[in-house]
Write a protein that binds this ligand. Structure first.
Ligand SMILES: Cc1ncc(COP(=O)(O)O)c(C=O)c1O
Length: 389
């Protein structure tokens, strides 16, 4: 099958460092769930800038909040109190409803995980961390150390900052031997993103919660990708009914304005001293205004209910053509494909639909905006049906 994505460009001919191989389309505009490429062709976006554009492009509430905040006060350090910073933190804590009421604002997913892990080691004085096979947590020293396969593929540091043990993602029975009284933290994505939109399920998360309680380890949920409404609940923690001690989130939190958050229980927050954590850009008023607008839109426009309804519709209609099954939750879905997912992705792109791949070569990932409708899904299922199985 001819594949547009197979011809991804590796040519960063200008001044840009190589980051990712690029799609063969250049995007010049976005509106809702639609992208417009140079030359005018429109693409239906099921990729969302890699799970970031939860509200879609140009959402009026998000635009207005950023413009208002930019005019009023565009930046101030955490050393100066600002109402917007506290207000957005209170909204995030209320939105989560998990008793993770203390928020540290930072800028990226990796930075949130780096701080979560650092604080877990500092608080427990222990020596190892446990993560799951196929998990993804970011590219910095600690976050990369707990990312499955990073050491073999791209981890550049001469050694990891602590010992890491990886557990199978589907065997609660394996946890007891791996998580012990030397374990500072267990870090997991309730729904693994890069790992193929793979939901860990309640028994696995409950077993992790129980074991952490038994040995005094800190349970961290990395909800950088699966959080902020993507599962159809505020967080994966709500979706599965299991509460961690720390939770990190980013991506859809700012709808494209860089912002991440580390959320902690009161018990842990009491142990933080001034200067244990710090940041220049984190908690900037623009970032907080973006996060506040995102939460207001999700709540005010009943977007969680839309995610749940339209997700069910995807499950009901998109097992067609090369798709044999669907895994994941809400709008973090993995379409299992008979042929390499990259080929299906290429064929869909030629039909004007943008999707993502994953760490699993046979899983095509969907990460659409929460405003997606059943009509958009009909376009996807129609396109899939035209691709030979
Ligand atoms: C679950 C998860 N954690 C952490 C990260 C890292 O986030 P960032 O790229 O913002 O550092 C990602 C990025 O894809 C992710 O999916």
């Amino acid at each position: 099958m001819a594949s547009a994505v197979n011809s991804l460009r590796d040519a960063h001919a200008g001044h840009l460092a190589k980051v990712f191989a690029q799609y063969p389309i250049e995007i010049v505009r976005g509106d809702g769930v639609w992208l417009q490429a140079r030359g005018g062709r429109k693409y239906l976006d099921f990729y969302g800038g890699h799970a970031v554009a939860g509200l879609g492009y140009g959402h009026p509430r998000w635009l207005a909040a950023l413009e208002r905040q930019a005019r009023q006060m565009s930046f101030q350090t955490n050393a100066l109190p600002m109402a917007i910073r506290e207000r957005a933190a209170a909204k995030l804590a209320k939105f989560a409803g998990l008793d993770l009421d203390t928020v540290f604002w930072i800028n990226s997913g990796a930075e949130a995980n780096e701080n979560a892990l650092k604080m877990a080691f500092k608080m427990t004085g222990r020596s190892n961390a446990v993560a799951l096979e196929h998990g993804w947590h970011g590219r910095t020293a600690a976050a990369g150390a707990v990312t499955w396969g990073a050491l073999e593929k791209w981890y550049g540091f001469p050694r990891t900052p602590f010992d890491v043990r990886f557990s199978p993602r589907d065997r609660p029975a394996a946890i007891e031997a791996l998580v012990d009284r030397d374990t500072a933290a267990v870090i997991v994505e309730p729904v693994q993103g890069v790992g193929g939109a793979y939901g860990l399920g309640k028994p696995m998360l409950q077993a992790l919660r129980q074991r952490c309680d038994d040995v005094g380890a800190i349970l961290i949920f990395d909800e950088v990708q699966c959080g902020m409404g993507r599962t159809g609940a505020p967080f994966g923690a709500n979706h599965y009914g299991v509460t961690p001690d720390m939770l990190t989130t980013a991506k859809a939190l700012g709808n494209g304005f860089p912002v991440s958050a580390l959320m902690l229980s009161k018990r842990l927050a009491r142990q933080i001293k001034y200067d244990d954590m710090g940041t220049t850009f984190g908690g900037g008023p623009m970032a907080c205004a973006a996060a506040e607008a995102v939460i207001d839109a999700i709540v005010g426009e009943s977007l969680l209910a839309n995610v749940r309804t339209v997700s069910e519709y995807i499950r009901a209609t998109c097992v067609t053509g090369p798709v044999t099954g669907i895994q994941g939750a809400g709008f973090l879905l993995g379409l299992k494909t008979t042929r390499p997912a990259k080929e299906v992705q290429g064929a869909l792109l030629e039909k004007g639909i943008l999707t993502g791949t994953s760490g699993d070569a046979q899983v095509l990932r969907l990460l659409p905006a929460y405003i997606l409708t059943e009509g958009h899904v009909d376009q996807l299922s129609g396109a899939l049906a035209q691709i030979p199985p």
